[in-house]
Write a protein of this length. Sequence first.
Length: 94
Amino acid sequence: MAIDSKFKMLVLSPDRANDDQLQKIYDLNQANTPEVGSLESKKHLIRLIELSSYNLLVLKGDEVIGFIICMRESSSYGSENYKFFSKKLKKFLY
């Protein structure tokens, strides 16, 4: 399956992402609560990226149109939903 060339997917890295991208990711997240968990701040977003085992940023040109931040089992991520899966599964990607 080919991905349309007007879209770019990048791995998120706090030390490589620029402040503008991080702000756009934060704003996109906050615009979609409560479907996704609310973040306290951009610093909170950076912490989640640092904890993640897998993540992607999706761009259309310079526009941030999506992202995913995934945690493996045994992460120190503290959401109640994550804790639920930790109790039920030995291996998972949340």
